[in-house]
Design a binder for this molecule. Sequence first.
Ligand code: ZN
Length: 293
Amino acid sequence: MAKYVPDITTNRWVIVAEGRSKRPTDAKSAGGTVNKVCVFCPGFEKIPGEELFRVGKGAPYEPGWQVRVIKNKYPITDFHEVIIHSPDDQKDIDQLPLSQVKLILEVYRARYNVNLPNGHAIIFNNVGEVAGASINHPHSQLVVVPKQITLDTLQLEPIVNTIFESSKFVVFCPNFSQWPFEVWITPKKRNQLFGQISDEEITDLAAVLQNILRRLIYHLGGGSHFHPGVPMVTFKEGPAYNFYIHHGQDWYIRIVPRLIHRAGFELGTGLSVNIIDPVDAAEVLREEKVEEK
Ligand SMILES: [Zn+2]
């Protein structure tokens, strides 16, 4: 059971969730052992946790699904779900067919709306071990935090340094970027909750999200030409990034590539040091060509 601990002066909270330490991992443990089966793959539906929702065919706990939602066996809070992106163990949003990305976003919307009465519903995606992913099979998570817990979240930043836009979204690098190559996606229709996203917006967002993830993965994977005047930073061990969907009014998606570690100065001051000017990040990402699928 999660325990919420407030700070005396700052109105910030810590969640103590000891059960999290028991969760399995694909990463090599100190003993060098590796999980042999992937419990998120088709055929292992009975193992990982209570099935809450699925898109596609098949009875609960059987194969045939396209997107599957299960309870997290090692929850952070009382409501913690895992959204398995597809039966494919390797392909994630940057590689899956757009029709599948659309299904994932539709499931995000459905689970957000189901969980909204329970508190703040936060949907997030961790890719790569340094970004906190413990199981490689592409998946997102939804965690609900009780309403009475105040969250330390950002409101939508002013739209500047636009990378590209579609008919319904703008992709940009805010001047207040705490991380190198941080990218935000905002709907042009403002002051909505994520759960209010329309079918047309989902279709558009699938392409926009895939497009910007490809640009980031290509550039930060070292596939890009050198951009004079912009420091070259790359992923150290394959793509590693987080994104989350802002849970509140005026929703946005924030993508944070994990290229650097936070260090003592930042811990001691609460200040972020960003080694890439967001003006440069936007310019570099604007120039990256991505093939349409
Ligand atoms: Zn798998």
